[in-house]
Design a protein around this ligand. Structure first.
Ligand SMILES: Cc1cc2nc3c(=O)[nH]c(=O)nc-3n(C[C@H](O)[C@H](O)[C@H](O)COP(=O)(O)OP(=O)(O)OC[C@H]3O[C@@H](n4cnc5c(N)ncnc54)[C@H](O)[C@@H]3O)c2cc1C
Length: 345
């Protein structure tokens, strides 16, 4: 067992954590970053809307950021592939962490850039296709689906979010000129008022029918990529099936990840995580429920010296926003350290 000492400990090596480490390293202060490597966009081959990296692989993007950190800041920056399993604030104001090899880390400040977990509907094949033929965001992966058949999956467990998905379908997705448009309700019977309500179609039912969407209410049995690897084959319980190149769904739930849950405790944060699994803001009436989501202008938590960045505090943050949030967290951490040092002069 060894004891590592650092000005800043960053937990998480996705875009948010790497950006925090990069910005903090500019101060020539010491920074250790731990990354357990379970990224939210794990299965994704191409990312979009990242300036200078359009259509590149997210793992290449992280690799380049790590490479830059070691190339330019190795005097003060240390990268650790591993997991932080315990984190607490001591009475002397320092943070004490323990990694999965039982090494101790003492840090003056900590940035939590631990990401988020998306929970899929319990339909065979959905999890495997997440980030491949099943997507959640037009800006991330929608454009590539244009001028071809496309589906929108609404599920009962998502009845609160379904009206938002329907709204987004009508406001944003129509400009992609999908040839055949399917709305799949997985058993919610849109012939009934309750079914339309659960599916988020209550007010828009007549409109979507007029616009030519094919609504299929039959429960889904399974889905998988077809044998020619050109489309998603969706099988229904009545024996029928359709093939569409891609489909949209909103995750049914967000939570902290397996690796972050043990450290994002009420004992550490002084507050519960929001219903979206995100770190709650400090003493403010804005966003305590997790909605509206935070965009990163305030990276503080309830605990002095403990900051958040990326999806750990904002479930809507994409890569660009996570980079900005990481930078803001590092600036706040550096500023706090500088102020504490100044008071000792
Ligand atoms: C299917 C899909 C496609 C997407 N496509 C795009 C796109 O095209 N463009 C775009 O801008 N955004 C896209 N996004 C969003 C993007 O993935 C997120 O915005 C981004 O990953 C958030 O970065 P992050 O650093 O907060 O979290 P992550 O990238 O998830 O990184 C968090 C890291 O923290 C680590 N960690 C957690 N707990 C611990 C611990 N205790 N110890 C050590 N490490 C820990 C995790 O293992 C992980 O490596 C997509 C998301 C999904 C789900």
């Amino acid at each position: 067992m060894s004891v590592l000492v650092s000005d800043l400990l960053v937990i998480g090596g996705g875009p948010a954590g790497l950006s925090a480490a990069m910005t903090f390293s500019r101060l020539k202060r010491t920074c250790i970053l731990y990354d357990s490597g379970l990224y939210r966009n794990q299965g994704v081959k191409h990312s979009h809307t990242i300036a200078g990296f359009e259509n590149e692989s997210p793992s290449d993007f992280r690799f380049k950021m790590r490479q830059d950190l070691t190339k330019y800041y190795s005097n003060t920056f240390t990268f650790k592939l591993g997991k932080i399993i315990e984190l607490k604030k001591l009475d002397n104001g320092l943070f004490e962490a323990l990694d999965d090899e039982k090494n101790k880390i003492n840090a003056k400040k900590v940035v939590l850039a631990t990401g988020l977990k998306d929970h899929m509907p319990d339909i065979k094949g959905v999890q495997e296709q997440w980030g491949k033929r099943i997507i959640h965001c037009i800006f991330c992966h929608g454009t590539e689906t244009a001028n071809a058949p496309f589906g929108f999956l609404l599920t009962k467990n998502n009845s609160q979010m379904n009206p938002k998905l329907v709204e987004s379908m009508l406001k944003l997705w129509r400009s992609l000129d999908h040839t055949d448009k399917y709305i799949l309700t997985n058993g919610m019977d849109v012939e009934t008022e309750q079914g339309r309500k659960d599916a988020g179609l209550e007010e828009k039912y007549d409109l979507v029918k007029k616009l030519g969407y094919n609504i299929i209410s039959t429960p889904i049995e399974s889905m998988a990529e077809n044998s020619s690897e050109t489309a998603l084959e969706i099988k229904f319980t009545d024996g029928k099936s359709i093939e569409i190149p891609a489909m949209l769904l909103f995750p049914e739930k967000f939570t902290a990840t397996e690796d972050s849950l043990p450290i994002l405790t009420e004992g550490l944060l002084g507050d519960k995580l929001s219903p979206f699994g995100t770190i709650s803001p400090p003493n403010t009436d804005l966003g305590v429920s997790g909605f509206p989501p935070r965009m990163g202008d305030d990276p503080r938590t309830n605990v002095k010296g403990l900051f958040w960045a990326g999806n750990s505090g904002s479930f809507v943050a994409n890569v660009t926003v996570s980079l900005a949030q990481g930078q803001t967290a590092a600036v706040f951490a550096g500023d706090q350290l500088g102020e504490e040092d100044m008071l000792k002069l």
